[in-house]
Ligand binder design. Structure first.
Ligand code: DSN
Length: 433
């Protein structure tokens, strides 16, 4: 009996001493998911990524994202939470906000939106009522689902008028935008795009908005990194609100932000929480803060300069091989290739490139005669390749791989041979050493 009590005491003492370890030991091994994570990392390392909306975060961003901050509930804002124990979390969010405002020269920043669509939903919720009119860019011509597409909340809650691009130049057609604004008197004009390769003139949009008494919202999800680096005009002071994701050119964790003028600060914060979200992802907010810190460093400007140089070089190399580039080229990190002259669809190109170890996203070209599932174009972007250290010389190689894969898209052996060359190039530019 005495021995049993002694044994129980020993177990109790050792449990206290190694509580963390014991807790961890009770978690079953999950080889299914961790094997897949290893496979995905291998895929990323060994393929050329031309998806314009993707990038590779630093290990520091991932460390913050995978930290114990994921455990904390913190509904509310710093100093005004609906949970106790937020004193550390509050400082994380305060730092993230301060860095974000500095980076974008914004009067107010909300760093809680979980994703770009949630940021746009909250921004609309802050300034619109159901049934109000918004004027936004159509998805098919380069806009985004949340800019008023009928299958999206934006197209069903609000009265939507859509602008396209000029049918010949494929540039933003400000005469048409102004005409639509005067005719429909929107409460909000939305500018910004997911597939537009030229500079966006925020001042011109603001002048139209002012003329019709509308607010201006700029969705800078794609160009945020370029804006932060001063290589694309800032939406401020022209726009009333700007939204962005944090994981594209900005190279942070998956997530989003809303920036606005101070008069809209309270409405925006209320629209995020409690309007459209509950508890913020504090680990992701910490990771956003780390990414903003990286973006405030002068090395980020050099990175973004290279992103643009690489996009221009890749587009030029493809033009030299007879490819048509929508809008004639690019000023930013991406461009759309019009494949009609090569007699191959966007879908067939995307699949052939994937077999050759190159990932991209098919894309509608303006006024595309093909269905959205098929498309006549592909969208290429250079943020990812630039992060892994590739430069203009490698863009010539990448253009060569792309051209050969498209020309031989039905030849499995040829695509396999290109894949070997792609792997050799990727091995020289590891993402995570
Ligand atoms: N899906 C994003 C893109 O690829 O541009 C936009 O949300």
């Amino acid at each position: 009996m005495k021995r049993r009590i002694m044994l129980a005491m020993v177990i109790a003492v050792s449990s206290c001493a190694t509580g963390t370890q014991l807790a961890r030991n009770t978690v079953p091994q999950d080889s299914a998911i961790f094997d897949l994570i290893d496979r995905e990392q291998h895929r990323q390392e060994h393929t050329i990524n031309l998806i314009a909306s993707e990038n590779y975060t630093s290990k520091e961003v991932m460390r913050a994202s995978a930290s114990p901050l994921t455990n904390k509930y913190a509904e509310g804002y710093a100093g005004k939470r609906y949970y106790a124990g937020c004193e550390v979390i509050d400082d994380v969010e305060r730092i993230a906000i301060a860095r974000c405002k500095e980076l974008f020269n914004a009067e107010h920043a909300n760093v809680q939106p979980h994703a770009g669509s949630q940021a746009n939903m909250a921004a609309y919720f802050a300034v619109l009522k159901p049934g109000d009119t918004i004027l936004g860019m159509s998805l098919a011509e380069g806009g985004h689902l949340t800019h008023g597409h009928p299958v999206n909340f934006s197209g069903s809650i609000y009265n939507v008028v859509q602008y396209k691009v000029h049918p010949e130049t494929h540039l933003l057609d400000f005469d048409e935008i102004e005409k639509l604004a005067l005719e429909h008197k929107p409460k909000l004009i939305v500018c910004g795009a997911s597939a537009y390769s030229r500079t966006i003139d925020f001042a011109r949009f603001a002048a139209i908005a002012k003329k019709v008494g509308a607010l201006l919202m700029a969705d800078i999800a794609h160009i945020a990194g370029l804006v932060a680096a001063g290589l694309h005009p800032s939406p401020f002071p022209h726009a009333d609100i700007a939204t962005s994701t944090t994981h594209k050119t900005l190279r942070g964790p998956r997530g989003a932000i809303i920036l606005c003028k101070k008069e809209l600060a309270a409405a925006v914060d209320k629209a995020v929480m409690p309007g459209t979200q509950g508890g913020p992802f504090m680990n992701v907010i910490a990771a956003k803060a780390v990414a903003f810190h990286e973006a405030l460093d002068s090395s980020f400007i050099r990175y973004q300069e290279q992103v643009i140089m690489n996009a221009k070089a890749l587009a030029k190399n493809l033009q030299d091989k007879g490819y048509d580039i929508v809008a004639g080229g690019t000023d930013n990190h991406l461009f759309i290739v019009d494949l009609r002259s090569k007699k191959v669809s966007g879908r067939a190109t995307e699949l052939a490139l994937q077999k050759a170890g190159i990932t991209c996203s098919r894309s509608c070209i303006p006024f595309d005669p093909a269905k959205p599932w098929i498309t006549s174009g592909v969208r290429f972007g250079t943020p990812g390749l630039t992060t892994r250290g590739m430069g203009v010389a490698q863009m010539a190689q990448v253009a060569d791989f792309v051209d050969r894969a498209i020309m031989q898209h039905a030849d499995e052996d040829a695509l396999n041979a290109i894949k070997q060359e792609v792997e050799t190039l990727c091995a020289q530019f590891p993402i995570y050493k």
